[in-house]
Design a protein around this ligand. Sequence first.
Ligand SMILES: [Zn+2]
Length: 209
Amino acid sequence: MAKDEYESLLDKSSDILSKSNISEERLKIPEPNIIREGKVTIVRNFMDMVDMINRDPKHIMKYLMKEFGIGLNLDGKRLIINKKVTLEEFTQKIEQYLNVFVRCYECNSPDTEIKKVGRTNVIECKACGAQHPINMSKELTGNEADLEEGKKYVVQISEIGRSGEGRTTYRGYHIFVPGVKKGESVRIVIKKIKDGTAIGEVIERINKQ
Ligand SMILES: [Zn+2]
């Protein structure tokens, strides 16, 4: 990738960053309290989590059912999942749900509601007033603390994008890395992060394939 292309990629991303007003606010939903009994997974505090999310439990269950591809039942406050699910898997699905159906797409506030505008379901933010149609392809952005600007990480490039930049997924982020080859492992420093996308600059080549 030519240097000016890299610069323009960075410019573009800083442009996006300056337009956004990322709220640090996070939903303080309780950690899932999960136990496994044989082939069944029980989330003991499911309804406590749902109360904080402020969405119809049926909607959340429908989503989880689809994601896990298995039946779910409510038993009082407990959610019964008819297969083995790890705490990490469950937490990731809940995060995904929050990203798609709860958090404001502009400011990230969880203080939103779902409204119907014409035939479209939109998320309306009570904090900033933004309205966005629900975007099912909105991907998991993960915990932003997991990846930080200015910090170094070792990643392996999984593919090369259209502009010749390397791409990979790491800690739930899509990372663009100019000047690398597919399969190459590199140490990068994160230059920019915006939602689920980050730009990294190579500081060391670990191996070439
Ligand atoms: Zn907002």
